[in-house]
Design a protein around this ligand. Structure first.
Ligand code: GLV
Length: 324
């Protein structure tokens, strides 16, 4: 039986499926992923999580590896160049988490704009002493401008939700998106135009070193003073210390974060601020979505180990196959 390494436990149904066809090794029971890979160097598939660095050394420690099935849509935890060099297929889990992640982005936009978490804390602390005209005043979404940075699947799903809240949507994307502009009427603007004009900025682009700290101190400084900043994409897209600075000085209204630069670490100063909502990377965290993601990784392993082309290869692999 071919050997498959699963980095951490997930859907029981997916585990059972894997066990039908493969010898399944659970890395958590083998001293963690790097030690497990050394011990099971004959493994042919690896199911990794976004929290697992799958670097060059790890790839090299599995000489028979045919596929890395990453249990996430983002795959910046995987050294793609090393995988391509070794002809190891890499798959991810697009589409199935789009709606769940867009819901969570919307939840952060609403929570940060309307001070939902501050209100909850106030009530729990016994500090609600009756309705007051000036209590916890927030920002209205209706009529405000949402700037979507990265108009992919998730960005578009957030934009559609925001429209139902009466927001005007503008977006920044590297390439033109004529269909999005035509079909939905969302306007593509330059990065600077977006940063300067948006009342809410929401990040929806994949991380790569080229966009490290895209949201730097200088960029935060250009945003409106009463803007809301939301990141459900990847932590290193923003300079967390710079964000803490501007929030502490009330140079932004509020922020909502689901991701951090060095997860699970969160900047200490951010944790002490009231005007930021902090979630523990929950974008795709619904039972139904996580199940679909898990089954997608099972399918990817089955396809790759049967010598077929997995359906959800990462774009870099699709490009490579196109060139052939
Ligand atoms: C979550 O962050 C994902 O990339 O799936």
């Amino acid at each position: 039986m071919k050997k498959v390494i699963l980095a951490h436990p997930y859907s029981a149904e997916a585990v059972e499926r894997l066990r039908r066809d493969f010898e399944l090794v659970l890395a958590d029971q083998e001293g963690g992923l790097p030690a497990c890979c050394r011990r099971h160097a004959d493994a042919e598939a690896l199911i990794s999580f976004l929290s697992d660095p799958v670097g060059r050394d790890l790839v090299a420690s599995l000489p028979r590896l045919k596929v890395i099935a990453n249990f996430a849509v983002g795959y910046n935890n995987v050294d793609v160049a090393a995988a391509l060099e070794r002809r190891v297929l890499v798959t991810h889990t697009p589409d199935v988490l789009t709606q769940a992640t867009a819901d969570l982005a919307m939840a952060l936009i609403l929570a940060a704009s309307r001070r939902v978490v501050e209100g909850d804390a106030l009530v729990r602390a016994g500090d609600f002493h009756g309705w007051q005209a000036g209590l916890l005043l927030g920002k209205e979404l209706n009529g405000s401008v949402l700037g979507i940075v990265g108009m992919g699947r998730i960005g578009l799903a957030v934009a559609q939700r925001a429209r139902a809240f009466g927001m005007k949507v503008v977006f920044y994307s590297r390439g033109p998106k004529p269909q999005v502009e035509r079909k939905f009427g969302f306007a593509r603007v330059t990065f600077l135009e977006l940063i300067r004009s948006a009342d809410v900025v929401s990040l929806h682009l994949p991380y790569s070193p080229g966009v490290h700290h895209l949201f730097s101190h200088d960029v935060f400084a250009l945003m409106k003073r009463d803007a809301v900043f939301v990141n459900t994409a990847r932590g290193p897209l923003m300079d967390e210390a710079a964000l803490a600075d501007v929030l502490a000085r009330n140079e932004l209204f509020a922020a909502g974060l689901d991701v951090y630069e060095e997860e699970p670490k969160v900047n200490d100063r951010l944790r002490k601020l009231q005007n930021v909502v902090l979630l523990p990377h929950l974008g795709s965290a619904t039972g139904a979505t996580r199940r679909r993601m898990a089954m997608m990784t099972v399918e990817a392993v089955r396809q790759a180990l049967a010598g077929r082309k997995p359906k959800h290869l990462i774009p870099e692999w699709k490009e490579r196959l196109k060139k052939k």
